[in-house]
Design a protein around this ligand. Structure first.
Ligand SMILES: [Zn+2]
Length: 84
């Protein structure tokens, strides 16, 4: 007979999946985020600051887009400055 163990997950779920995306690509902003939002799946995006940067102003533009992703319920992680 198996022993019943209380689930650490909400609503009686027996497990969890963590969705993560690497490198902060344009397709994450343009395709993944809208698709995840449509399905109610908050995820984590690991962003590389320097690779996203064509110039200082570009970084500021990109940062605003990632801040919007956070506002939508996703999480941003650091994937180093240079990805080297
Ligand atoms: Zn990477």
């Amino acid at each position: 007979m198996s022993e019943l163990i209380e689930s650490p997950y909400p609503n009686g779920c027996r497990g969890a999946v963590s969705l993560t995306f690497d490198d902060g690509l344009d397709c994450h902003l343009d395709i993944a985020v809208p698709a995840l939002n449509d399905r109610g799946l908050p995820s984590t995006f690991y962003v590389v600051a320097r690779e996203m940067t064509a110039g200082a102003d570009d970084w500021k533009d990109r940062a605003a887009k990632w801040k919007e992703v956070v506002r939508q319920g996703h999480e941003i992680g650091n994937h180093s400055v240079s990805h080297i």
